[in-house]
Design a protein around this ligand. Sequence first.
Ligand SMILES: O=P(O)(O)OC[C@H]1O[C@@H](O)[C@H](O)[C@@H](O)[C@@H]1O
Length: 282
Amino acid sequence: MPGNIQTIELRGLPALRLSTASGANAALSLYGGQVLSWQPRPGDERIYLSEAVQVDGRSALRGGVPVCFPQFGEQGALPRHGFARTAMWSVIEQRTGDDFALATLQLVDSPETRSLWPHPFTLELTVALEGERLDLELEVINSGHAPIAFNAALHTYLRVAEVEECRLEGLYGFNYQDALKGGEVRRESGDALIIDDAVDRIYHDVTRPLLLRESARALGINHDGFPDVVVWNPWEDGNARIADMKAGDFRRMLCVEGAAAHRRIELGAGESWFGRQTLVTL
Ligand SMILES: O=P(O)(O)OC[C@H]1O[C@@H](O)[C@H](O)[C@@H](O)[C@@H]1O
């Protein structure tokens, strides 16, 4: 039986629900071009979405997989993490086949984006659901006549049962910039990252797949095109400062982001770049 794609409303937002015959499903909001849910098996939610999410057509949605573009965090004068996560995207492709469903959303420059960032561009986010795997691919096309430079990320909020019981493996030996230590660069010396306090790091030039182990399940995380991996958890005090996240929710999430954050991607006129994040249950 082929996969299926339905047009739905999710928390009042226009969205697509992708599903496969074997029971996997994912939800993709047009606002933000943002995956809001992924269940490789019915009921086995892998993506955190805040119950206190603010849906007002202006704010970023807390949770899911926000697309950061053309700025990462506060590394520039644009709104934090850029404007793609608060823009309305359009659907340009939907395909289903034997046990897979795929949708592509697009965002192109507009008077609004040009007032913030004066460059023509096309972004395409392709979400492919197949078996117990989710592929997210962000393509950036320089549709103008002059070079552009940008940062980008798929800011994935993974849902976890208890963050303190997680082990994130695969980062050993890579350098990271620690935002909580004034941007100091250190080398990862542990074979697994244990989250027992706030963490906000950009790991540079990560060339290995990652493994997130929880007590009862595991997830493989692979990046192509994205040079960096960002790991973020606000912990208790940070959580208390985030109005759109319920107290205690820092225990239910861990952001593991495919990113081009520590240096910018440069594209000549007509050139394109892609970054892909693959999540697969193990
Ligand atoms: O609250 P925002 O704008 O969605 O950002 C959340 C976090 O996003 C992470 O990617 C950054 O590294 C953190 O510094 C930041 O706090």
